[in-house]
Design a protein around this ligand. Sequence first.
Ligand SMILES: [Zn+2]
Length: 236
Amino acid sequence: MPELVDDAPASALAVYAHPDDPEVSCGGTLARWTAAGTTVTVCICADGDKGSLDPTADRSALTDLRRVEVEAAGRVLGVRAHHFLRYLDGDLENDAGLRRRLVELIRATRPAVVLCPDPTAVFFGQHYANHRDHRVVGWATLDAVTPAAGNPHYFPDAGSPHQPAELYLSGTLEPDIWIDISDVIERKAQAVACHGSQVGEPGEWLRSVVRQRAEAGGQLAGVRYAEGFRRLAFGE
Ligand SMILES: [Zn+2]
């Protein structure tokens, strides 16, 4: 039976590929946690420079616009700070370079909980395959959280070791915990709406899409609206 988790951690680090990913994947959870006093840091690995199908789109201008959008969304959610790793979309690899940067950030911010995409989720139904950047960031973050960040022999010059207590994997096909986001569903919708370059004009349709997705989670969790995660708890 999936578990509803009520407690908010003291600190959390959300690591995602593109500027709009945290809001879509775990915006309700971040809003709920910051309201309860959690210090939330967000790391965006790629620029979102290919987030347009218009062949004449100026990728540098799109990158700048998306930076503004993510910062606006962060203000809605109460995010303390953003870190931008500035990879180009599609160029991310789960290599030692990316893992080092993630380990450095984990050791610098020392979160109790890390959130990232579940890299094992590839196919969602018959019409959508999970973006490669999401999967790469999921694997790299998983590898950074366990075993690297807490082990002094990995990247010894990248800060003093820190083992996050838990890893929350979003966008998972196998959720085992749920966060009730009923009280913050409008803030999640408002944060998603900040990404105008991706979602167009904010309006009732967007709010209803956000609500519908959270409602599907809520049905499984036994509440109105919920976000589901696969959770790994270390040292238990
Ligand atoms: Zn994305």
